[in-house]
Design a protein around this ligand. Sequence first.
Ligand SMILES: NC(=O)c1ccc[n+]([C@@H]2O[C@H](COP(=O)([O-])OP(=O)(O)OC[C@H]3O[C@@H](n4cnc5c(N)ncnc54)[C@H](OP(=O)(O)O)[C@@H]3O)[C@@H](O)[C@H]2O)c1
Length: 254
Amino acid sequence: MEERRLGPVVGLGTWNTFDSDAATAQRVVSAALDAGVRLFDSSPMYHGAERSLGTALEGRREDAMVATKIWTSSADEGRDQYARQREWFGRVEIEQVHNLVAWREQLEWLEQERAEGRVDKLGVTHYASSAFDELAAALRTRRFDVVQLPYNPHEREVERELLPLAAELGIAVIVMRPFGEGALLRRSPPPEALRELGVETWAQALLKWVLSDERVDVAIPATSKPERTAENAAAGSPPWFGPEERALVERLAA
Ligand SMILES: NC(=O)c1ccc[n+]([C@@H]2O[C@H](COP(=O)([O-])OP(=O)(O)OC[C@H]3O[C@@H](n4cnc5c(N)ncnc54)[C@H](OP(=O)(O)O)[C@@H]3O)[C@@H](O)[C@H]2O)c1
């Protein structure tokens, strides 16, 4: 798989796919690691997914990069979330402020963690276009190394300001919702169209659409099906789509 600033370009999301079901997490995470996936995204918001992920990574932790989040308006509770994450993961490579919640307050102590080498990178996330002005303002402080945002053929607002800004400031980009929470996969185009795109599945076409934008570092599709991790990871290698292939994917997704 191609590697960019955050490692291999296909990671794994953990929202709604295994929650506190540690056995499913074990199967999915193990298959993902076997397929070359290295970045695993989670959050205290994901109903036990952090703990399940931590258990699933036991014995293979050094192969993984954990990108999780702080999600609370209180700095004290933020520190508590972080303490639990260190129990589950040992350390957190990328710590993100989830949905911009109290981002200034959380940054104060998170920057200390980064300065002392316990966290590698700090990030900030939001899923809603109504919050993108504030997300851009947070990036302009230059205090974040990573931004996580939604990007797929149905959600392209980030092309207006956030992707150019991240590129200008040298901020790495994690793409959430590459399949629009699965909505883009409800119907698949005919096999001829997939052949024309040089992919085997519609999921791969959508991931290649995202990753063909060179401002993107990694996409984090979520799945509860172990075999789909290899299918998704296979989209993480060149050749990438040019403008015509991207336009075809957009028409097929319309
Ligand atoms: N910070 C934020 O605000 C925020 C918000 C949303 C998401 N996120 C992060 O981004 C990650 C990804 O976003 P998402 O989970 O919302 O949506 P997504 O990755 O766009 O879509 C996930 C859905 O796609 C299906 N899927 C995955 N691979 C497939 C394949 N090869 N073929 C067919 N179906 C496939 C999964 O179903 P199966 O389980 O049946 O495979 C799942 O229902 C999240 O898990 C989370 O880590 C962050």
